[in-house]
Design a binder for this molecule. Structure first.
Ligand code: PCA
Length: 209
């Protein structure tokens, strides 16, 4: 399993997504070993590095993590869209507006991880979790879309599934927040569910929102 987090961005000095990835590095989850890596919060370079890692490790599961300030729960992203539209500059100062992630690529890709099974597993562990219908239009969405495009394009990666989870701020960063150990526990459960669930489950109407 490849688990990525980002470096701090937008003036922050910390990024919980990388803290969580580090905490789970080397752990064995449902028979898979977690390889953790950091991606730069940079359009383009983040995807170049992710593609290199995916080709190198050929993992069964790729889960990218990112910080979403203002959200109170782990959010399992359902979709990546083909747009870069940055409200703030990335870590090299680039601020694309209304440009495609992949020129002439499809409008969107759905996560190929079992979103509802992951949601259920995290909630059952008592960690706040929701499904999110948008990963935004900054570097996190860029990475989710680019990952899913990569996996869709390469026959050698046909058995690799990919997706994204946003995590809240740490208590030191602002409110709402979640303790690091809760985030780690939740992402562990999400990875466990991703590894063990072939086809996603159906949850009864009204049980998840
Ligand atoms: N969060 C940003 C990019 C890096 C990160 O951790 C985002 O949500 O796009």
């Amino acid at each position: 399993m490849l688990l990525t987090g980002f470096d701090p961005f937008g003036g922050d000095t910390d990024n919980p997504s990388w803290r969580v990835a580090q905490a789970l590095a080397g752990q064995r989850i449902a028979g898979h070993v977690v390889v953790a890596a950091q991606l730069p919060t940079v359009f383009g370079a983040s995807l170049t590095e992710l593609a290199r890692l995916v080709h190198q490790h050929q993992p069964a599961t790729v889960l990218c993590l990112g910080q979403a300030g203002g959200r109170a729960a782990l959010s399992v992203e359902r979709i990546g869209i083909n747009i870069d539209d940055a409200r703030i500059p990335d870590n090299t100062g680039a601020q694309p507006v209304d440009t495609a992630v992949v020129a002439a690529g499809p409008a969107a890709y759905f996560s190929t991880l079992p979103v509802k099974a992951m949601l259920q597993a995290v909630q059952r562990a008592g960690v706040p979790c929701e499904v999110s219908q948008t990963a935004g239009t900054f570097v996190c969405n860029h990475v989710l879309y680019g990952l899913l495009h990569l996996l869709a394009q390469h026959p050698a990666l046909a058995h690799t599934r990919g997706g994204f989870v946003h995590v809240p701020w740490l208590p030191s960063q602002g409110t709402p927040h979640l303790a690091l150990r809760e985030m780690v526990r939740g992402v562990h459960e999400a990875l466990w569910a991703a590894a063990l669930t072939g086809h996603d489950i159906r949850l009864a109407a009204g049980t998840t929102h």
